[in-house]
Design a protein around this ligand. Structure first.
Ligand code: CTP
Length: 405
């Protein structure tokens, strides 16, 4: 069944009579799992009140571009980044024209320009307006730019005309929105993803770990599932919902993680190492709680195995992707890790910047492979994950699998 679990859907409502159906659309999107926020144009507010959509979406409705208070709450740029999908329903003839012209004359049009998320339009207008050459040209322009369309349907219109121009039914729009995320790029592939931190015990109550939230790994698992892959997450302790249709293997320490990953390798086409593996673990785990003693004590640590490098060197060698978290000389360090660990691809991100990486919801990265690289601009982790999966599918499909079996 179509679903939008863990998806942020930004619904744009413009001013047409079909705006009354947007209320039902918001409800249906939530029913299939989406988090919904709404932007309304001035015209939309003549047809339906923001209060209705606020009550249904459970979030304040955004209406103004130039409103300092609203910008303090969630700026238009934050809204644009929050969205995994911008869904405009209804999209009136005027809105299509403004989008085609690239205008930024209200909040909705500005967010459409500012978002890296896919845009889905559900046009609704009088049949003659729909058939007009200007509208046809605008639709051609927007489609060529990568916007997706659902509808319009044909039939009797609010104005009494009969013909194409009715907004598609809310359930049809919700299904089209869900279908956008199912890319089929990795159909039939088996993907293993490590995620989260590892936890290295010192004694029965203490441990060494790190602040990895696991968000990036879990977002990658969602994107891999959407791309049609049979996906397994090997995850350290985190507090995140497991994407539907992904299998979860829970681990604690780096040694556990390595063991589980090696067991999965015979059935793995693509391995993505997103976990923040502790490089060292205590040399011994005390069986009893260590008691307070001298003013100073020294902890002896030993190196943990390098999981991604072990996978890349194994006889099963899947297409292997690593991450490089760096505070300086990002690309040079990442390229050296790519070749040192014999990876097919590495995602480099700068962890000196607190607004991205680790616990943040946003990320910015450069993806490198032996003969190329591509930057991914600052965006939500969901959108970043989809872009990484696209690149993996492309490079893996290009035959650069490095498989030895
Ligand atoms: N990694 C791993 N096993 C380890 C350490 C790291 O599989 N014991 C993986 C991470 O999941 C990531 C990549 O290796 O995909 C790079 O991790 P990073 O911490 O940036 O690199 P390190 O190898 O630990 O190098 P350094 O700490 O010196 O930067």
């Amino acid at each position: 069944m179509a679903h939008l679990f863990n998806r942020n859907v930004l619904v744009g409502v413009s001013g047409g009579i079909a705006a009354y159906k947007s209320a039902e659309l918001v409800r249906q999107l939530q029913e299939i799992g989406a988090s919904v926020r709404v932007i309304m144009t001035r015209g939309a507010r003549e047809f339906i009140t923001p209060l209705t959509l606020q009550a249904l979406s459970g979030n304040p409705v955004h209406t103004e571009l130039l409103d300092t208070e609203a910008e303090l709450g969630m700026s238009h740029i934050e809204l644009a980044r929050w969205a995994d999908l911008l869904l405009i329903a209804p999209a009136t003839a005027d809105l299509l024209a403004r989008l085609a012209a690239g205008r930024a004359d209200d909040l909705l049009a500005t967010v459409a320009l500012a978002t890296a998320a896919p845009v889905l339009l559900a046009p609704a207008m009088n049949q003659q307006m729909w058939r007009d050459k200007a509208t046809t040209a605008n639709i051609t322009t927007l489609t060529a730019r990568g916007y997706s369309m659902v509808g319009p349907a044909s039939g009797e219109q609010a104005c009494g005309d009969v013909g194409p121009g009715r907004m598609a039914q809310p359930e049809v729009i919700a299904a089209a929105a869900a279908a956008l995320f199912e890319t089929g790029l990795l159909a039939g592939k088996r993907v293993v993803i490590t995620a989260g931190p590892t936890v290295e015990a010192l004694d029965p109550v203490r441990y060494i770990s790190n602040r990895s939230s696991g968000k990036m790994g879990y977002a990658l698992a969602q994107a891999a599932v959407d791309a049609g892959a049979r996906t397994t997450l090997v995850s350290g302790p985190v507090n995140l919902p497991v994407p539907d249709h992904a299998r979860l293997v829970k681990v604690v320490s780096a040694n556990d993680m390595l063991e589980e990953c090696l067991a999965l390798l015979p059935e793995c086409d693509i391995f993505i190492a997103c976990a923040a593996v502790a490089d060292y673990r205590p040399a011994a785990i005390e069986q009893q709680k260590i008691k307070k003693g001298p003013e100073q004590i020294t902890l002896q640590l030993v190196r943990n195995p390098d999981i991604v490098a072990t996978v890349a060197a194994s006889e099963y060698r899947p297409f292997t992707v690593g991450f490089a978290a760096e505070t300086n000389d990002l690309l040079a360090h990442a390229r050296s890790k790519l070749s040192r660990k014999r990876l097919n691809m590495i995602v480099a991100n700068d962890v000196s910047d607190n607004s991205i990486g680790f616990n943040s919801d946003n990320n910015e990265a450069t993806v490198l492979w032996p003969d190329g690289e591509q930057a991914i601009a600052l965006t939500g982790k969901g959108s970043m994950a989809r872009q990484i999966i696209q690149l993996i599918a492309r490079e893996h499909g290009a035959g650069d699998t490095g498989q030895s079996n």
